[in-house]
Design a protein around this ligand. Structure first.
Ligand code: TYD
Ligand code: MG
Length: 456
């Protein structure tokens, strides 16, 4: 006789408990344990295993014919590029980003562009009143686009309404954290609500061939609020980022089941919404201005994503014998001391009577060891008061021996630098990367870098 056992699974981390508890013992989250439907059959019943009685499925090779999924190009080239050619019909895309970064603006522009071209687009806002969205659209000159707009937070209301007509080709939900499913308890924004609402919306999108775009809020630590599982449920995860004090915004794919994740889209926030930046280097380099000594761009990696930051060094010679200061913003001061020691011991440069300041632009904090070579280049340039070429980037790890060592993701860093308009990269000689349009200068030791920079 099969014995049915009760089992409770945490809806956040998936850990299983034999009795209900208020708090999951594994992830520490509260009220996430839910009884698994049907319970579990214990091994006493193992006689009835799963090896018979099912339907036969067809197994076929990887070369079987498949049609490419139809793409819905938004006409916003930077957005389409980041998406890998446009939104995919019947797929779900999650766009995450800090509040005020421009997610609603970007999606409203995409919606208006598609609607004006004759595509059925529904834009459901759970955060802003419909009139607020209308006013914004009017301000951006998009007031006449035939977007189907509504304010709603009930997933049942939304799906009931959509089911009365032909399905939209694009459905935008702004944001998933405001949506509510009445199938389960809990306030909008809770783990289970976000998950249940997303599940229903994704099911609708798959059944109707609608391209679904969900806006997701981002928490302080940069992850999309709500269950991690949301990222697993959707086909594509895009991150919209930028410094709010700066006007440029970068859209990148974090996950893409229909394309690569190494393309980015660059925008600038203007008075009429987001403008595409076809040549981002122009924007980035105008902010940098003329080549000055002590500044170089470092293609950093944030997780698996490249981010270009400028590293600035200032070296001030002291007349007196006072102890020179070393100040660092955005990098590790121990690491700076190490690079200075290597430059002194292996390359014969002297910083001992100089104050050294190191700054990473844009308030970034770099943890990536690949910054060593860029820091060394900035220091040498600052000491010698020789500007580095303004279109150069540098990356590589420096060992205590003075050797320059390879770092991960060389190809991604180079690709990002090329995309942002740089023309030259200083990198470890051991990294045999394809630079594409970039001129590559490989170095085996810091000494070779110093010789190169000082024209020795
Ligand atoms: P929004 O799209 O509402 O951000 P999100 O949905 O990601 O929270 O963008 C809001 C910000 O963008 C707001 O601070 C003002 C700015 N903005 C402009 O500078 N110009 C514009 O034309 C628009 C529409 C917004
Ligand atoms: Mg918004």
């Amino acid at each position: 006789m099969a014995r049915v056992q009760r089992r409770y699974a945490c809806q956040l981390c998936g850990s299983v408990a034999s009795k209900w508890q208020g708090q999951c013992v594994d992830c520490g989250e509260w009220n996430t344990l839910v009884e698994e439907a049907g319970g579990v059959v214990t091994p006493f019943a193992a006689k009835h295993d799963l090896r018979a009685g099912g339907r036969a499925i067809t197994l076929s090779g990887l070369d079987a014919d498949v049609a490419l999924p139809p793409r819905l190009a938004t006409g916003i080239a930077e957005l389409d590029r980041a998406l890998g050619g446009g939104l995919v019909a019947g797929s779900a895309t999650l766009i995450g980003g800090d509040p005020g970064i421009g997610k609603s603006t970007l999606l409203l522009q995409a919606a208006a562009r598609l609607a004006s071209a004759g595509t059925r687009v529904a834009y459901i806002s759970g955060e802003e009143a419909a009139d607020q969205v209308r006013l914004r659209a009017r301000r951006m000159g998009l007031g006449h686009a035939p977007v189907q707009l509504a304010t709603a937070t009930s997933v049942r209301d939304i799906l009931t309404t959509l089911d009365t007509g032909a399905p939209p080709a694009l459905l935008i939900i702004d944001s998933i954290q405001t949506m509510h499913s009445d199938l389960i308890d809990g306030a909008p924004g809770t783990v289970s609500q976000v998950r249940a609402s997303a599940q229903e919306l994704i099911r609708y999108a798959k059944e109707r061939g609608t391209a679904l775009v969900l806006v997701g809020h981002v928490t302080k630590d940069g992850t999309i609020a709500g269950p991690r599982v949301l990222e697993h449920m959707v086909d594509t995860v895009m991150a919209f980022e930028g410094e709010r004090s700066h006007q440029y915004r970068i859209l990148r794919a974090v996950k893409n089941r229909f394309g690569g994740t190494d393309e980015i889209g660059v925008f600038a926030m203007a008075t009429q919404g987001l403008e595409e930046v076809a040549n981002p280097s122009a924007l980035f380099l105008t902010q940098r201005g003329e080549a000055i000594s002590g500044a170089i761009v470092f293609p950093a990696m944030e997780g698996t994503r490249p981010v270009l930051v400028e590293i600035q060094a200032l070296v001030v010679r002291l007349a007196s014998g006072a102890t020179p200061r070393r100040a660092v913003v955005g990098w590790d001061s121990g690491r700076l001391a190490m690079i200075l020691a290597v430059l002194e011991a292996r390359c014969g440069l002297s910083f001992s009577t100089c104050e050294v300041y190191l700054n990473v632009s844009g308030g970034y904090r770099i943890a990536d060891p690949g910054a060593d070579l860029a820091v060394a280049a900035a220091l040498v340039s600052a000491l010698a008061e020789r500007p580095l070429s303004a279109d150069a980037v540098a990356f590589g790890e420096v060992a205590l021996s003075g050797e320059v060592r390879g770092v991960a993701h060389g190809a991604l860093r180079l690709k990002e630098a090329a995309k942002l308009g740089f023309g030259r990269a200083l990198l470890p000689a051991a990294m045999r990367e394809d630079g594409g349009a970039l001129t590559l200068n490989g170095f085996t030791t810091v000494g070779a870098l110093v010789d190169h920079l000082l024209g020795r």
